[in-house]
Design a protein around this ligand. Structure first.
Ligand SMILES: *[C@@H]1O[C@H](CO)[C@@H](O)[C@H](O)[C@H]1NC(C)=O
Ligand SMILES: *[C@@H]1O[C@H](CO)[C@@H](O)[C@H](O)[C@H]1NC(C)=O
Ligand SMILES: *[C@@H]1O[C@H](CO)[C@@H](O)[C@H](O)[C@H]1NC(C)=O
Ligand SMILES: *[C@@H]1O[C@H](CO)[C@@H](O)[C@H](O)[C@H]1NC(C)=O
Ligand SMILES: *[C@@H]1O[C@H](CO)[C@@H](O)[C@H](O)[C@H]1NC(C)=O
Ligand SMILES: *[C@@H]1O[C@H](CO)[C@@H](O)[C@H](O)[C@H]1NC(C)=O
Length: 524
């Protein structure tokens, strides 16, 4: 029997009737959007609406909408660090709108977990992941100029409710506007870094959890997954969720439960700039991949020479540990230098940064944008007329150059995030880090190394665990190592976009991870 996880439309009248006893605020019946808020998150509210099934997913219900963030209220709550956009002041009335699209599980929406999916960039839309990798439908080459999608039988919503969120603001369909609706100019960009983005996503998940009915007395687990730059976002978001959970636990009178965060999945992520910049040289200049080396001796010699400089700049950027305010100057210097010296040379290979067996570009990027820019799709998805994206021109772009540039000014990409992985592991959140073997930019070598070096209570146990093959349908799919709640996996025959390259194996890995039978963390 199908029951609804996000039974919002069905629940509207029930919640309305409960209005006197609950802190929920729900739209009038018949309103296009249900709106949801909670006093624990005064700056944030959710707008949510039905998406017709013929768009993308005929086999499960889906919802779309916005997380609206009132920056004046956010400022009141958190102070001024990296919150208010430069060129604007508290009281100016900027509201940010984060777009999301959610799908029920095809199997058991009421009891299956929720998984948040985030793409990276920084600045790339999670709808690339949805429509190119792991969503219920995949963008295909337009036919006679008509954008289209095809069903994806290996969608990650086969056994999980899935939520795809465009964050931070300026990404995909997410945008900012003024409370004063007659203002036509685009609000200035918020100067962004991952710690400030994490606050919004944590509030989003808490609000979603509040409004997703579940069987009485049960808790439904949450997972958060993503790839690439999400290797920085996700550990910080997870740490923020736990931090918000602590605050919630201190205020039982608010009637809100801590978010049952069960695990974090990072695919080809960037989490440790120290290990991963160094690994770029080893991946590109040796045969560690089994298909290398890829770059000439002369280029490799230059990279070797640049490494101590990069290492020194990274050390200066990371002199303060953790999530404290940090030097934007030092970090942006490190970011620019290391990227130019140790990533950019890959261009000489004429193959994709994401997969050495793939040409530099992916045709799917244009198919995704064509589908999302089609008036029919946008009407079904309820995309606001203003925005989307940073240019305020109403055109969806897969990756926002503006957001990328903004993150460049803070040097966010040079910051170490391993401390947050250790923190969430110690608090009982399981962590899976997986890597497609053919990816250069966030390669398996660097990921394997930072995980080996991670300072956590299971370090010795992890380091002495064997690297073993894992299998799907009796065939080898890759290798993995695990101890306690930490698992590292390599996916054979895949680049950066693992579910795109190995849909069956990625689907199997995901389902085994979120529905662990037996030993948690094992993939075999
Ligand atoms: C932000 O707050 C700090 C103190 O909390 C203050 O020193 C600083 O001037 C403020 N910056 C701005 C731009 O308001
Ligand atoms: C709203 O914006 C319009 C257009 O910029 C401006 O003329 C008007 O004064 C603004 N209203 C308020 C209350 O600030
Ligand atoms: C790289 O390693 C693979 C697998 O071990 C091997 O088959 C290949 O010959 C090696 N290539 C070079 C250039 O050494
Ligand atoms: C590149 O360096 C390797 C190892 O140092 C050496 O064996 C090889 O001959 C060099 N190739 C060229 C083209 O110089
Ligand atoms: C890459 O492409 C350029 C221009 O098309 C060409 O000159 C060069 O030889 C190619 N390099 C490799 C390694 O294939
Ligand atoms: C692993 O996580 C579970 C929750 O998923 C927790 O109960 C358990 O204590 C954790 N184990 C370790 C070794 O941290």
């Amino acid at each position: 029997m199908r029951t609804s996880a996000l039974a919002l439309v069905g629940a509207l009248s029930a919640l309305g009737a409960l209005g006197a006893q609950t802190p929920f605020q729900v739209a009038q019946a018949g309103a296009e959007y249900a709106t949801m808020s909670h006093p624990s998150f005064p700056a944030h509210s959710l707008r949510i609406r039905n998406v017709p099934g013929e768009i993308c997913e005929p086999d499960a219900r889906s919802w779309s909408g916005y997380l609206d963030v009132d920056l004046d209220k956010l400022f009141e709550r958190h102070g001024n660090d990296s919150i208010y956009p430069q060129g604007a002041a508290p009281g100016d009335g900027i509201v940010e709108h984060f777009y999301f699209w959610a799908f029920e599980s095809r199997d058991a929406p009421e009891t299956d977990p929720f998984t948040l999916w985030l793409n990276g960039g920084p600045g790339c839309s999670s709808f690339i992941g949805l429509l190119m990798e792991l969503g219920p439908c995949s963008a295909a080459e337009p036919l006679n100029g008509m954008p289209r999608v095809t069903p994806n039988p290996w969608s990650f919503n086969s056994h999980s409710n899935m939520v795809f969120l465009d964050q931070p603001v300026g990404v995909g369909f997410s945008y900012a506007s003024w409370k004063n609706a007659s203002r036509e100019d685009a609000p200035p960009a918020r100067i962004l870094d991952s710690p400030s983005a994490a606050r919004d996503v944590s509030a989003f998940l808490h609000l979603l959890n509040l409004h997703a009915p579940k069987p009485k007395g049960q808790r439904r687990e949450f997972h958060m997954a993503g790839e690439s730059y999400a290797g920085r976002y996700l550990p910080l978001i997870a740490a923020q969720v736990l931090h918000d959970n602590d605050a919630i636990a201190q205020h039982p009178q608010h009637g809100i439960e801590p978010l049952p965060l069960a695990s974090v999945l990072i695919g080809n992520g960037i989490t440790s700039p120290f290990h991963q910049n160094r690994a770029n040289i080893d991946y590109a200049c040796t045969n560690i991949s089994g298909d290398g080396p890829f770059l000439s001796n002369a280029t490799c010699a230059k990279m070797e020479k640049a490494w101590p400089v990069c290492q020194d700049l990274l050390a200066k950027c990371n002199a303060d540990r953790g999530n404290v305010p940090y030097s934007r100057t030092r970090c942006s210097t490190a970011n620019t230098f290391c990227e130019g010296a140790l990533s950019a040379p890959w261009e000489k290979t004429n193959s994709s940064f994401y997969d050495y067996k793939h040409e530099p570009d992916y045709a799917e990027d244009a198919w995704v944008a064509a589908y999302l820019n089609a008036p029919k799709t946008r009407a079904a998805l309820g995309v606001d007329a203003r925005g989307p994206g940073d240019r305020h021109d109403g055109v969806f772009t897969g990756c926002s150059d503006q957001v990328f540039a903004d993150f460049g000014t803070t040097g966010d990409g040079a910051r170490d995030t391993t401390w947050a992985v250790a923190e969430v592991l110690e608090r009982g959140v399981r962590v899976l880090d997986y890597s497609g073997r053919r990816d250069f930019i966030c390669n398996f070598v660097g990921n394997a190394r930072w995980i080996d070096d991670l300072e956590w209570s299971g370090k010795d146990g992890y380091r002495s665990a064997p690297l073993e093959p894992w299998y799907v349908d009796g065939k080898r799919a890759g290798e993995f190592r695990h101890y306690g709640n930490l698992t590292f996996a390599i996916v054979d025959g895949a680049g950066h976009f693992v579910p795109h390259d190995q849909p069956i194996n990625a689907h199997a890995m995901f389902n085994r991870w979120i529905h662990p039978a037996g030993v948690p963390g094992r993939l075999d």
